[in-house]
Design a protein around this ligand. Structure first.
Ligand code: SF4
Length: 467
């Protein structure tokens, strides 16, 4: 069996008459944006949170990353956090708030605190919950009415999923990161290619990745249309979890490892589809369009609608027009206005280290506004212990407090007008970063750092001498 089948079977409460499965949810992660209405719906029916001990909350989307004094200047943000505080208090749900030292983007803190573990089912009212699959968990992003369902019953009703194994093999070139792997996968398979599938990432390239890198890949599964994405748990996973706050300890940890190992896909597991990708050919990648599948290598030119299949010509032309690009343009040399290192895709300590490595000894271009937003208070503190904050601030970056920041711009961090942003986040949809006409170029944190310094899209390999 695959890991998906094993986890699914272990958590099945019953088969529903409509063909769905009622699945028990091991861990429910809650944040301030998708939970207020769900708690209201519960209250309206007189229901209680069924398993407060399997529920944990934090605040991430709306938090200001500069001035976090309460009440927040943004009245709506203040109301949302106040509602979360009231709801958590009333329901007995632990809240990792701004005073906790453990607050952060929900998909950063779950793994960081050892809440996310192999073989689990996890749900959260945010699309990028697939991140937790890096640990061999099956993790679903859900909507507000499903948040209500999980609060009330700790269960979800889900359609069955097929499994596509994506085998990535070969050594990555210098300056090529996990972000480039997942952008390559999405470019090849399409933004809807994963519809109805769980993506199992495997192969020697994936096996060599750190947990941070595996999280970057699983995080963007949803951008490829997959419902969930996961990596089978292995020694890298167990080493990461040992000693974390919510991970089992002592003999219980060893017992857990035995069970976690058993949940990995069997060597003779059957897959609905298998895709093989040679990592040696992947180069630093940049999106040029309005979905994460519209990308090119940094040394490539943008596609021309006339070269494309008739079915894709219209969407290509729409993307080029919105972005103000012409087919055949090089992406390299595109002037940027904003550089954003942050988000649940790429704001972990290793991401900040790689960005700092590029930045060290340089200065942000005069016309660029650059900011680094750590994924959690834990990441921020660890980065400061290493002096990374000084590297960034000396170079002219803003060093901010943890939160989603400019990934979704539900706070003061937003693009203005037609600004172009080099961003380490995960979505380049129209309006995603706060301005309806703002433009987002997705890339790795190292590439964002390089663009910040140069003031335009550059090949990070040329800035670091290929190291
Ligand atoms: S960083 Fe972006 S994608 Fe991640 S949880 Fe926040 S808003 Fe969602």
């Amino acid at each position: 069996m695959t890991l998906l089948e094993k986890v699914w079977n272990a958590h099945t409460v019953r088969k529903l008459p409509n063909g769905q499965t009622q699945l028990f949810v091991g861990l429910h992660l809650v944040h301030e944006v998708t939970s207020p209405q769900a708690f209201d719906m519960l209250r309206a029916r007189g229901w209680k949170v069924r398993f407060p001990g399997r529920t944990i909350a934090t605040v991430d989307h709306i938090v200001p990353t500069r001035d976090q004094r309460r009440p927040f200047l943004d009245v709506m943000a203040e109301d949302m956090l106040a509602a979360l505080e009231r709801n958590c208090r009333a329901a007995g749900v632990p809240l990792l708030d701004l005073q906790s030292g453990s607050q952060g983007i929900v998909h950063v803190i779950g793994p960081e605190l050892g809440l996310t573990q192999p073989g689990m089912t996890i749900a959260c009212g945010d699309s990028h919950t697939s991140t937790h699959g890096a640990f061999g968990a099956v993790a679903f992003g859900i909507g507000t009415s499903q948040v209500r369902d999980v609060l009330a019953s700790q269960c979800l009703a889900l359609d069955p999923l097929k499994v596509r194994r994506i085998e990535v093999s070969g050594t990555l070139g210098s300056g090529v990161y996990a972000k480039d792997i997942i952008l390559e996968i999405i470019r090849r398979l399409g933004v809807n290619g994963g519809a109805g599938y769980a993506y199992e990432y495997a192969g020697d390239t994936i096996e060599r990745l750190t947990m941070d890198e595996r999280m970057t890949i699983c995080n963007m599964s949803i951008e490829g249309g997959a419902r969930v994405g996961y990596v089978n748990p292995d020694q890298t996973t167990f080493d990461y979890l040992r000693g974390r706050r919510f991970a089992p300890e002592g003999d219980a940890f060893d017992a857990a490892v035995t069970w976690w190992r058993s949940m990995a896909s069997d060597a003779d597991a059957r897959y609905d589809d298998t895709v093989r990708i040679d990592a040696r050919g992947i180069r630093p990648t940049v999106t040029w369009g309005i979905n994460p599948g519209q990308s090119v290598y940094v040394d490539e030119r943008l596609p021309r609608p006339s070269d494309m299949e008739p079915a894709t010509r219209a969407s290509l032309a729409e993307a080029l027009e919105f972005m103000g690009f012409q087919g055949g343009d090089p992406i390299k040399g595109t002037r940027i206005d904003v550089a954003f290192v942050g988000s649940c895709t790429n704001a972990r300590l290793s991401d900040l280290r790689e960005a700092a490595r590029v930045v060290r000894g340089h200065h942000v271009a005069a016309h660029v506004k650059a900011l680094v937003v750590p994924g959690s208070q834990g990441v921020r503190a660890a980065a400061e212990r290493e002096g990374l904050d000084r590297v960034f601030t000396d170079a002219g970056f803003d060093w901010r407090n943890a939160g989603c920041s400019m990934c979704l711009a539900m706070n003061q961090d937003r693009l203005e007008g037609r600004e172009v942003c080099a961003s380490s986040s995960n979505r380049n949809f129209k309006g995603r970063q706060g301005s309806p006409i703002g433009r987002t170029l997705l890339m790795s944190p190292a590439m964002v750092a390089a663009a910040a310094i140069a003031g335009e899209v550059v090949d990070v390999r040329e800035m670091t001498g290929g190291n």
